[in-house]
Write a protein that binds this ligand. Sequence first.
Ligand SMILES: Nc1ncnc2c1ncn2[C@@H]1O[C@H](COP(=O)(O)OP(=O)(O)OP(=O)(O)O)[C@@H](O)[C@H]1O
Length: 244
Amino acid sequence: MNARLEVRHVTRRFAGLVAVRDVSFTLAQDEILGVIGPNGAGKTTLISLVSGTIPPSEGEVLFQGHPINRLPAFRRARLGIGRTFQIMQPFPGLSVQDNVAVGALFGQGGGESELAKAREQARECLDFVGLGRFAGQRADELGGPGRKRLELAKALAMKPKLLLCDEVMAGLNHVEIDEVIGVIRKVRDQGISVLVIEHVIKAIKSLSDRLLVLHHGEKIADGAPDAVLSDPAVVQAYLGKRRA
Ligand SMILES: Nc1ncnc2c1ncn2[C@@H]1O[C@H](COP(=O)(O)OP(=O)(O)OP(=O)(O)O)[C@@H](O)[C@H]1O
């Protein structure tokens, strides 16, 4: 069976800088892959290469066995690739529910065509991420933790088969992190593959089935979380630097 996602020898250059260098990996259905690495390691660039907001300079991205390099981001979203953004940009004047309804309107297969149904779907997604009681509130009135959940709800409203999460736990306290971990596990239990970028090592270790480590744009480890986190190259490149 094809992997849900396959990244083959992908490189991305920005002028003279190589942000991602010859990275390959696969992500299976029902799998949670954590991607870690120091600041500037190429993690967000990797997500953008998969979601289609930037094209690779070299290499190929396959979604469910089909090459998607040439597809723009909105086509990839409609195929079932959803993402959250590190910098959250809700539509400020819209309610929390309508922010999510926008996701439902543009989601997989062309999305929901009726606003009433999109709002209904949005409400379900808000309940799923624990934001149901804020549905009628303006999105710009949500605090940081609420906005993280809103990002997740917006991406889920697009009915993804692959969810790309860019630092959805940053700035959250331990209780909020555990709640988000619970939400992401529930997402995976619905048969959605998940790729998570995170700096909170303890959280990503407990959440991920597999960990992939980037350093200066290169993959330096990929495997079971315990093995990866005790790999001397990872300790040197990433954990050593964080402790410094
Ligand atoms: N659009 C761009 N133009 C030029 N350089 C870029 C662009 N996007 C990213 N870079 C550079 O590519 C490198 C990788 O950046 P990226 O944001 O992918 O790292 P990251 O691992 O997500 O970092 P962080 O943990 O700080 O979010 C960095 O040196 C960054 O400055």
